[in-house]
Structures are given as structure tokens and as C-alpha cells.
Design a protein around this ligand. Structure first.
Ligand code: SF4
Length: 426
């Protein structure tokens, strides 16, 4: 690490953070199933939950009515306590049905939720019993997507942490491999794979992999690069296996993508000249696309409510590449080590807040009257009714936004609400 980078990280650790603990307005971790089930093509997500959970999944995933979705809800909230004795059997019966209908499945997640009847169930025991019976043909894992324990993107973190639990351990003297961690759209994953190959890095794995048989072995020779900033527990699980995290900006915007790809390639021994040769032209192309959006977004004042944990890297992109002015950057949870390089690039006059006390934050937002407010679905409508222009943060999870080729689309996502608002005024 250069002395400049070290100084930047130190200043990021000293930066004041506004910490709030109060009422929150965020989705639960079940939401992640919508993008995770598309990514893992031989996996099935069986939510053990209530009718509310089933409705949430149906409406969040409503776009996929044409495909038979690889998720379902086992509804057990309307049972009385006596019925609980059979709930274990009911879950096992449903798993059996799912496998009978879909013989190609190789991985089943039992996903816990909030209702007290579900909390009383020992899903990990049920999962390990089923896993023992069905492995290695089908693996059965469990995690919690409960709104009490997880917000929005933490569902992916819990899912990937469970997945790390079934990775094989590679020996310490195995050749170094790069592991990219975090669900990315297939098109983005393919692009990154090509850039790493062009820089001479051939051994690259992805977690989650598209198919369970492609899950890599992990150990002390693994160098892992987080593609998403919300994977705290997954990173801790990889650390416990001896894998080593590569510190990097996240691959959003031209700057972030170059920094992320460079850090990964350097850690695997690529030469500086090969890195520069590979990345110079695509970076330049992305910068010129972004420049067009900068005309629209420079000087626009942006307020982030905490929702997806993508807020800090997004704010860095908006501020440095699009010239936006940051008023407040809220995040539900801030991992100082994973985000130190990002935090160092957030201007000093922007408030960085962690957690939420929604009424107080709404007051700050109303006082500031930002040009763009990035928030969850629950806050967007009331704020629009008050005349503020909002951007749904959930869209940033459902859209491919990482990498050079997507940098223009990412910028456009922030310009669109402004455009909509100005047309409404006309
Ligand atoms: Fe609601 Fe909890 Fe189900 Fe999420 S897990 S939909 S918060 S009941």
C-alpha cells in the first residue's frame, strides 16, 4: 500500500459518523432471493414463513411470471402450537416435493423468517438432517432472511455465508486463485472474467457460482475481492478458512472499476504494464460516456437514506465522476475496514450516517430539499408527494451497474428521475 493510500485510510477511520438507532424503513433479507435465484441456476429457495413473506416475494419478483420460479414459501404462521410438532415434517415433505418436481436441482436453501412459529423451529437442524440424507446429490443449507435479523442486502450476505460453509478447503501450498465474492449479473461477471484473463489472471472463481459443481475450494492461497459492499459475514467466514481479502474500491464507475480490477490483478501478480494496457482504453471509453451524464448531474444535491449498503460507493461515484454534491450518505451498516478506501473519497462536508432514526432523518432531508433523494420504496411515495424527486435504491440491485460497460447506465439511473420530474412540470 502506498503512503498516500495509508494516509487516506487513517483519515477514513477518524472521520466522524452520525450513528442513529431508531425506527427503520427497510426491506427484509428475503428480497435477495429475487436476484440470487436468477444467479444460482441449480438452486431453490424454500422460505419457511408467513403469507406476508409469500406476498413480498411474489410482488418483488412479479416480473418473472413467465418462468417457473425457483423459490416458494412454506406457510406455517397460522398453525397453533400443537401443529408445530408437525412443522418439521411439513418442511421435509415440501423439500421432497420440490426435488421430485425439479430433478436438476443441486442446492436447496431453507430460508428462515420472522413469525414466532418459524423462530421456534430449528431450521439448521432440519437442514443438516436433510443434507445428511441427500448429499452429495443435493445439498441443503439454511440461513435467515428475517426482517428482525436482516435488512435488504444482508439476506445475500447470510446466503453466501451459508454457501462458504460447504466449500472444500484447499491446501496452503495450492497455486493462488482469485475469488470474486458477491452476486453479479452474468453479463458483468463475463466482462470481469475477460479483463482478468487479458491481464494474465487465469484462475478466477466466483461466489456464488452459477452451478454448485463450480464452487471453488478455498484456503490460505485464495485471494478474494468483494464485488459488493454488504458481505461482512461472508468475508468473516472466508477469513476463517484462511483466505485473504484484497482491499479495493468497489467496481462502480470508471474509477472504481479500474481500481477494483487493478487490485485483483496485482494481488495475483499481474504486471503494471499489462494492467495499464488492458484497462486504459475501456476506462477511457467509460469516462467519455459518463461525461455526457455529468452535464445533467453536476451540482445536483443528493441525499441517501440507508437501504442497500451500496450508498457509500455510489456516493463516491456521483461526487467524483458526475460532480454531484452530497448532503447526507446514510447506510444501514458501515464496515469501516471494507469501506475505508471508499470513505476516504467522500468529501468532508457530506454527512455520513449509519443506522436510522427515520423521523429525524426525514426532517434533515426536508430541510435540505435535495435534488435527488435515494431511498427505499416505503419512503419514496410520501417524499414524492412532498415534491422531492426520488430514486428507488432497490433498482440499483436489480440492474447490472458494475463495470465499465455499465457505468453509463448507472449514471443514467440517477438522471432519469430528474428527467421525469422536469417533464411532469412541463
Ligand atoms: Fe415480513 Fe419478516 Fe416475512 Fe420479511 S421475513 S416478509 S419482514 S414477515
Amino acid at each position: 500500500m502506498t503512503s498516500l493510500a495509508k494516509a487516506q485510510k487513517t483519515s477514513a477511520y477518524e472521520r466522524p459518523i452520525l450513528r442513529e438507532r431508531g425506527q427503520r424503513e427497510v426491506f427484509c433479507g428475503l428480497t435477495g432471493i429475487v436476484w440470487l435465484h436468477r444467479k444460482m441456476q441449480d438452486a431453490f429457495f424454500l422460505v419457511v414463513g408467513s403469507r406476508t413473506c409469500a406476498h413480498l416475494l411474489q410482488s418483488a419478483a412479479g416480473v418473472m411470471i413467465f418462468a417457473e420460479p425457483r423459490f416458494a414459501t412454506a406457510i406455517i404462521d397460522d398453525r397453533d402450537l400443537a401443529g408445530l410438532a408437525n412443522a418439521d415434517d411439513e418442511v421435509e415433505r415440501m423439500v421432497g416435493e420440490v426435488i421430485a418436481r425439479r430433478p436438476n436441482l443441486r442446492l436447496i436453501f431453507l430460508v428462515g423468517s420472522c413469525p414466532s412459529e418459524v423462530i421456534k423451529l430449528d431450521l439448521s437442524r432440519i437442514a443438516s438432517r436433510l443434507d445428511g440424507r441427500m448429499a452429495p446429490t443435493v445439498r441443503v443449507l439454511n440461513y435467515s432472511g428475517s426482517g428482525i435479523e436482516t435488512t435488504f442486502t444482508q439476506g445475500e450476505d447470510a446466503c453466501l455465508e451459508a454457501l462458504v460453509g460447504c466449500l472444500a478447503l484447499s491446501p496452503a501450498d495450492a497455486p493462488s486463485r482469485l475469488l470474486v465474492v458477491g452476486a453479479l449479473a452474468d453479463v458483468v461477471e463475463d466482462q470481469f472474467q475477460r479483463y482478468f484473463r487479458a491481464m494474465g489472471v487465469e484462475r478466477v472463481d466466483f461466489l456464488p457460482s452459477r452451478r454448485i459443481q463450480d464452487l471453488p475450494a478455498v484456503g490460505p492461497s485464495t485471494r478474494y475481492l468483494l464485488a459488493q459492499p454488504f458481505l461482512t459475514q461472508t468475508a468473516a467466514a472466508l477469513d476463517r478458512l484462511g483466505a485473504v481479502r484484497i482491499d479495493a474500491l468497489f467496481p462502480l464507475g470508471a474509477e472504481g472499476t479500474t481500481a477494483w480490477l487493478t487490485s485483483g490483478a496485482r494481488a495475483l501478480g499481474a504486471s503494471e504494464s499489462r494492467i495499464r494496457e488492458t484497462l486504459a482504453i475501456p476506462e477511457q471509453r467509460a469516462r467519455s460516456v459518463i461525461a455526457k451524464w455529468r452535464i445533467e448531474l453536476a451540482g445536483k444535491r443528493v441525499f441517501f437514506f440507508p437501504d442497500s449498503q451500496l450508498e457509500i460507493p455510489l456516493a463516491r461515484f456521483l461526487s467524483r465522476e458526475l460532480g454531484a454534491e452530497l448532503i447526507e450518505v446514510g447506510t444501514p451498516y458501515l464496515h469501516r475496514a471494507h469501506l475505508a478506501l471508499e470513505l476516504a473519497l467522500i468529501p468532508d462536508d457530506a454527512v455520513v450516517s449509519e443506522g436510522q432514526d427515520v423521523e429525524r432523518q426525514l426532517d434533515r432531508c426536508r430541510n435540505a430539499r435535495p435534488d435527488i433523494t435515494v431511498c427505499g420504496l416505503g419512503l419514496a411515495n410520501p417524499l414524492e408527494a412532498e415534491g422531492l424527486t426520488t430514486k428507488w435504491s432497490i433498482e440499483l440491485l436489480f440492474t447490472p451497474i458494475q463495470g465499465y460497460e455499465q457505468a453509463g447506465d448507472l449514471a443514467a439511473l440517477f438522471e432519469r428521475p430528474l428527467d421525469r420530474q422536469s417533464r411532469l412540470k412541463v
